[in-house]
Write a protein that binds this ligand. Sequence first.
Ligand code: GLC
Ligand code: CA
Length: 542
Amino acid sequence: MDKNRKDWWKEAVIYQIYPKSFQDTNGDGFGDLPGIIEHLDYLQNLGVDAIWLSPIYASPQKDNGYDISDYQAIDPRFGTMEDFERLVSEADKRGISIIMDLVLNHTSDQHKWFQEARKSKDNPYHDYYVWRDGEEGTPPNEMQAVFGGPAWTYVPELGQYYFNIFSPYQPDLNWDNPKVRQELYDMIRFWKDKGVGGFRLDVIDMVGKEPDKQIASNGSRLHEYIQELSSEVFQDGNLVTVGETPGVTVETARKFSNPDGSEFSMVFQFEHMGIDQEDDKEKWDLKPLDLRELKQIMARWQEGLEGTGWNSLYLDNHDQPRIVSRWGNDGQYRTESAKMLATMLYGMKGTPYIYQGEELGMTNIELPIDQYDDLEIRNVYEERLKSGYSEDQVMESIYAKGRDNARTPMQWTDGTNAGFTDGTPWLPVNPNYVEINAEAEVADPASVYNYYKKLIALRREYKVFETGTFRLVEPYSEELFAYTRDSDKDGHLLVVCNFSDHHQDMPRIELFEGQEVLISNYEDPIGRLRPYEARIVYVPAD
Ligand code: GLC
Ligand code: CA
């Protein structure tokens, strides 16, 4: 791929690594940077163009690195700055760019800035964070932290509360202070100088917060801040930038991913991640998947950004349960449904993201409560038991939605600890590694891995994957997800996915009758669709 092309990321596939769970090389049970270097050939073989690294900066790891104590140091658990530089250059040799995770909304409470800030009201760093006067026991308002408890934490020596939208370990930075913004830009320049290819921006739609109005996302100065950030540090490099924006709508996404490049390349939206959650409730309040709702949401994003923005395409990440357990069938049809879900997503317009292990069809895990690590899981367990839920109800939600489902170690081989570590893994390995592991899948032409590889290659070969306009077919079907992609210049695609475990008829569209099937998760893709069958049919431009 030509990374000098300004919009190279439109043809790219990005692979997300959760470093803590990828590969341990020194037996301490934590994945590390040398472990990532060991597997670059695996990633090159898969065909990815960039790696997004979840945070590897110095951190007390209260939220697995999303609590940074030094933005310009590598956490010793992950390795050294030399390891990082080696990673960038080894990846580059294989045509792979490194994308860093920027957590700009908050720091760790152990960051030097916060340590200074809490010393006194006239400390030069005090105003780097968000403080309000108050008395113990009476926080400024009712705002709640994402990981439980109030969004305000009292510091008795100051007679003030600080604002923390995630947890008390993660005090929010004060973006209204121009000094804070300049410090962050300098830090970003430091990483650019190391040759990184882009950035993923953690909860970036929260930086314009207005806590006095109880506004967390989409504050009134948000786009002003983002445009400043973009013009200060992004626009002079050929970078890919993706904002994580839990509060985004199609309308605001057009701003965030404006083709004029004034903000980001694209953003992560969350609407399709909320389908299995009861309306106006929390993610723990479960609701079965309604395929019509999924289709409607995906279609709205595809159509809504056509020509006016750019979509990111994802089903899995380190905050979500495993997609094959969520919308697929992780028992009898695990392989078929994992491939079907990939087809559904990769046929669309946008930049696809693979989360480590997704390309193997890795599944959810069920653990006893004391073996979970995630602070969100531990907090919701306590909170829900206190408020009267039964143990079974709470565990059912955690099994379905807990973030540790995605964070169990990468399954490399059928050997001890799935080849992840010689020591004790920081989080248990899913026992199904004996069947589901990279070594077996790379060798098996019919594996989920080799299906992803083929899909990625097709996206490269057929330009219509990048350019074709999306249109939903049979929108009311409850079991079939079908759509077309059309480009006068590059041809036409029909993507058909059976989300059920029984047979379905193919939609009849004259243009595609009897035409070439580019890829399918079954052999002989003709006639009716079998359980979880997926096909992509191609017609060249005339
Ligand atoms: C984002 C991250 C998540 C983290 C949170 C706070 O949502 O993806 O893992 O806990 O921000 O930084
Ligand atoms: Ca290690």
